[in-house]
Design a protein around this ligand. Structure first.
Ligand code: COA
Length: 341
């Protein structure tokens, strides 16, 4: 029997503290840094972002998103035999123990399933889904919890107006399960390490201290240019793999970083704006969390319906990018989900 994977649950979580552009602009003005709601909206499409409380870590956000996805999937934590968590802001400096292991503990799991973090920055979620799909198709794991979770506010330099206005905190999750029918139709991943310096946190642990910077550094225009060029290409590669055309996409769920990058991708794919899920206005760029956040919002508000076809696309530091094409044939019947936002 040929094995495939399908999505049977989605969940997401945004921390309670919501900061509008105006509120952020007012805070930055106190430090003599000038920005405005008008600049942020026109350059990025972002209106607000959520920031975690100091005691909230990525694992705390991840656990709530995971619980919501498990509830939709009607599974218990111990039914999960693999957790793959994508994050660039893991619970621990030095990255271990993995945030996936912390999430396993916080979910109360005792079944000795596997748990691992993946690092592909804003492409982390599509990397994690592709990895989970491969494990399931190989018959190695059956029920996989895939999470993207970030507290990006911890790596933002609030003296750098070119970056601090663009990012936020949040988490999203899906449950993938083994299936005789293909849910995940195609996955395609890429990286080009030659561009590693255009988006990075260029610091490292060194003898008990930090060598370099613990803040996010970005060459915005260079990232913009690369992102626009690779996203169209990788979407076509995934479509080709599934022997499908872009007209067969019901929903485009791109990485929620910047409305101008997203709209340009939709246009190049010949998709009308109404077919693209946009939540970036509400939470800014939440890196690995942004795609599952947007997916969950559109599933719960009834836009994405059972059996529809969804193209998810990520792009980010590394430089990394990828696409996952999915038929949402594992979703429960519509109508009884709690709203995401
Ligand atoms: C970052 C980004 C929004 C900047 O937009 P841009 O149109 O390229 O703007 P520029 O960098 O050319 O800067 C234009 C001006 O705005 C100013 N500016 C930058 N940030 C500002 C802010 N928050 N508020 C007001 N002005 C700002 C700059 O200083 C510059 O002023 P100058 O012309 O006097 O030097 C844009 O490059 C972008 O979206 N890049 C991709 C970012 C992204 O999505 N990253 C994550 C991918 S995973």
């Amino acid at each position: 029997m040929t094995l495939y994977s399908k999505i049977i649950g989605t969940g997401s979580y945004l921390p309670a503290k919501r900061v509008t552009n105006q509120q952020l602009a007012d805070q930055l003005a106190e430090q003599g840094i000038e920005t405005s709601d008008e600049w942020i909206v026109s350059r990025s499409g972002i209106s607000a972002r959520h920031f975690a409380e100091p005691e909230q870590k990525s694992s705390d956000l991840a656990v709530i998103a995971a619980q919501r996805a498990l509830e939709m999937a009607q599974l218990q934590p111990n039914d999960i035999d693999l957790i793959i968590l994508a994050s660039s802001t893991p619970d621990f400096f030095g990255s271990f123990p993995s945030t996936a292991c912390i999430v396993q503990k916080k979910l109360g799991m005792t079944n000795h399933g596997a748990a691992v973090d993946v690092q592909a920055v804003c492409s982390g979620f599509v990397y994690a889904v592709s990895t989970a799909d491969a494990f399931i198709r190989a018959g190695v794991h059956k029920n996989v919890l895939v999470i993207g979770a970030e507290v990006f506010s911890r790596i933002l330099d609030f003296k750098d107006r070119t970056t601090c206005v663009l990012f936020g905190d949040g988490a999203g999750a899906i449950v993938l399960t083994a299936s005789e029918q293909p849910g995940v139709l195609a996955t395609k991943l890429h990286a080009d390490g030659r561009h590693s310096d255009i988006l990075s946190v260029p610091g490292a642990p060194d003898g008990g201290a930090l060598a370099g910077s613990a803040f996010l550094h970005m060459d915005g225009p260079a990232v913009f240019k690369l992102a626009v060029s690779v996203l169209e290409k990788v979407a076509h590669e995934a479509l080709e793999q599934a022997n499908m055309s872009s007209e067969q996409i019901d929903w485009l769920v791109p990485h929620q970083a910047n409305i101008r990058i997203m709209s340009s991708t939709a246009k190049k794919l010949g998709l009308p704006a109404e077919k693209m899920v946009v939540t970036v206005d509400q939470h800014g760029n939440t890196s690995a969390a942004s795609i599952p956040l947007a997916l969950d919002v559109a599933v719960r508000d009834g836009r994405i319906k059972k059996d529809q076809t969804v193209m998810m696309e990520g792009v980010g530091g590394g430089f990394t990018w990828g696409a996952v094409l999915v038929k949402m044939n594992g979703l429960p019947e519509q109508g009884d989900f709690k709203a995401a936002l």
